[in-house]
Ligand binder design. Sequence first.
Ligand code: FUB
Length: 366
Amino acid sequence: MKNPTNKILVYGLLIALPLACASPKQEEIAEKSLEDTVAAKFNHQPLVTDLFTADPSAHVFEGKIYIYPSHDIETDVAQDDMGSHFDMKDYHVYSMEKPGSPVTDHGVVLKLEEIPWASRQLWAPDAAEKDGKYYLFFPAKDKEGIFKIGVASSDKPSGPFMAEPQPIPGTFSMDPAVFQQGSDYFLIWGGIWGGQLQWYKDQKLVPGRDSQLSGLPESEEPALVPYIAKLGEDMKSLFETPKEIQILDQAGNPIKAGDNNRRFFEAAWMHKLGDTYYLSYSTGDTHYIAYATGDNPYGPFTYRGNVLNPVEGWTNHHSIVEFEGRWYLFYHDTQLSGDTPLRNIKMAELIHNPDGTIQTIDAMKK
Ligand code: FUB
């Protein structure tokens, strides 16, 4: 399907053609039941329908919700376990006055060709505001095909953003997320398989590692985990040496690499409610958004359960944001295309229980 709305149009034609001679009333009924059929499996509806969008990082800036997603496009690149088919070339920014309001597309805010060091694959971004300036953090492959994290800045949350000439020194892998605590900003990142985290030892690229499996720990060994580092004053450098964020089971042992339902894969996100820090992340090949809690941003974090059950499509990626005292989950699925590389962003309310657990969201209707 070339266009997100095509699938719906094709379904529409299939039903509408035999009804060409039917009365308008019957057509209306058929169209209504078609809409119900297409949407019936899904608890929430796409926020954007004219482009494919994914990996939504949401923030409240200037009193509105701003969403920084990936922009999925059709590509001839074959699907593989390194995610080569996610071949994105630019970013759009979206905003909404409040949950349920119309979504505004602020257009293209950064293009691949405007990033001097990058060669391909503009994957999941995030944004932060400091002193009235806005920063877009994004992963891309450098000219050698190695993921790094870049930063671009703007005077407005809606961009456009101007990229720095080099990636942030000391970064590697992908899926950056920024957690702000007062005047401190923490960059959190990493992802295995296509995210290349398994190619590093002691934060150094190990020569010869070149597949989604090479460098992964054995199943009984501790799983790989995301990294965290405080950002420098300029928001364009790391203030400190990155540290691993440990994710433990209830007994206090590191989650193992073979524990695919609970181990970190990609898409780390941090939020805080009361004194509790929440680290949520995708489990990748088991398709959950899991979460763990801790008492400081560096961890350790203890696994608590799932924020989001598997959605339609292979990837699961999210953000969590508070707006006017209520919490919202932003995520994606493939409702519009039915095709893993062509995703659409969605949102849902997220409930924290009084005991600190999160009510698991099931985005597929039962
Ligand atoms: O959008 C490309 C990649 O797919 C993201 O970086 C991952 O988190 C997954 O959603």
